[in-house]
Design a protein around this ligand. Structure first.
Ligand code: MLT
Length: 407
């Protein structure tokens, strides 16, 4: 008899998007004639941009020739990619992040899930609610959760993001070792101003906490008063780690490429109080458990940071932002309080019934798939998320269908 990792038995149901997919599949099987419009999972629909495709093809060609073939790459990712990221995302914007503080990976999902391994199992954790489920589940798997009671794990402190606080969680009075933040937020689409983010960095300094900042949706921010990176804030280098991704920024959900920034100043401590560099520990972890992103993908990723690539991805982001605007206006016109949709591809709104009932109602009445808010946490009950990553034609059709609804 082999004993299970009991922590897995504490996980609730199936992973949110697997459950959504299961219900949609069952509906389609029972209603093969119906055209379903998918505005659920944040998966992109527009192809890779031309400069990325060209670089990708060149990378494959290089792999096909003895003289230019690549085997294992450097552990942290190719320098040409890390340098390009450091310059375009940070240095040109006046932020001091260097290439050796950037770790290339296959996804922000993996990195946000894996990063907690570097911390003791007993650390105190503050996690937003609603939240991208990966932060919670990965900590449950690691044995930090306690019991599940009334929709929450007893060992986590939940940072409430509700309509009352405009979906911006208040800074806790108490100290927590590690705090997860995600802005622009998944699922609410809410953003923080520079002053608001600064207050979190000050909190972390005051308490010796570490902020795990998920910036996967930063490409949707155009307003200069809204930070795209936590490293725009003075002092963040000592207390923050940032996760970024090309999935939503450049259509890499299927291609896979992301990067995590671990500044050299961030420290963690042994029981005896010896300081260790989080950067060195993440390097150690990645070089043991991960063997890098393929050369053609990293070559394709580097093209995102060329002038041409930047111009091309901006157009695609603009396309999704217009979708977001259209969906937001439609939901608002139905009288449902909503947020997001402006600096984010997600529209988050209050539903006239509980989240899963609304999911089934929408699927059944107008064949639109969204994501039930309860899947993001207890505060998400009675809320719903629509994604703006669809094809414009489908978004327009979805809007027409939504306008026929009444309750
Ligand atoms: C979402 O829909 O929340 C995201 O696509 C999930 C992800 O990025 O893993």
């Amino acid at each position: 008899m082999v004993r299970v990792n009991e922590n897995y038995t504490l996980l609730q149901g199936s992973y949110l998007f697997s459950e959504v997919a299961k219900r949609v599949k069952a509906y389609q099987q029972n209603n093969p004639e119906k055209k379903i419009i998918r505005l659920g999972i944040g998966d992109v629909t527009q192809p890779l941009v031309p400069s990325v495709v060209k670089a990708f093809q060149e990378g494959v060609e290089e792999m096909a020739k003895k003289e230019t073939f690549h085997g294992y790459g450097p552990e942290q990712g190719y320098e040409f990619l890390r340098e390009a990221i450091a310059q375009v995302d940070f240095q040109r914007r006046g932020i001091s992040i260097t290439a050796d503080e950037i770790f290339i990976s296959t996804g922000a999902k993996e990195d946000t899930a894996n990063f907690q391994e570097l911390f003791d199992t007993k650390i105190s954790l503050a996690i937003p609610d609603p939240v991208y489920p990966v932060y919670v589940d990965s900590n449950v798997m690691a044995g930090r959760a306690g019991k599940f009671s009334h929709g929450r794990y007893t060992n986590f402190f939940y940072l409430d993001a509700t309509i009352e606080n405009n979906f911006k969680p208040e800074i806790p009075k108490k100290r927590f070792d590690v705090v997860y933040l995600c802005f622009p937020n998944n699922p609410t689409g809410q953003v923080l101003t520079r002053e608001e983010l600064k207050a979190w960095v000050e909190y972390a300094h005051k308490h010796g906490s570490i902020l795990l900042f998920d910036a996967a949706y930063e490409a949707f921010v155009e307003d200069p008063s809204i930070p795209k990176s936590i490293f725009e804030i003075d002092g963040a280098r000592e207390v923050a780690v940032e996760f970024r991704s090309l999935s939503k920024t450049a259509g890499f959900t299927g291609t896979r490429c992301a990067y995590t920034i671990v500044p050299k100043e961030v420290k963690v401590y042994t029981k005896k109080g010896h300081a260790l560099s989080l950067h060195s520990l993440w390097f150690r972890r990645q070089s043991t458990k991960f063997n890098g992103v393929s050369y053609p993908v990293q070559k394709a990723a580097a093209a995102v940071f060329t002038a041409e690539g930047q111009k091309e991805i901006k157009e695609v982001i603009g396309y999704y932002k217009e979708n977001a605007r259209l969906i937001y206006e439609t939901i608002a016109s139905l009288g449902l309080p909503c947020t997001g949709g402006k600096h984010s591809p997600y529209i988050w709104f209050k539903t006239p019934m509980d989240s899963w009932r609304f999911f089934d109602y929408l699927l059944d009445k107008v064949q639109i798939v969204g994501t039930p808010g309860i899947g993001f946490g207890r505060n998400g009950d009675g809320y719903f998320r629509l994604s703006a990553f669809g094809e414009r034609q489908n978004v327009l059709e979805a809007i027409d269908r939504l306008k026929t609804l009444s309750w």
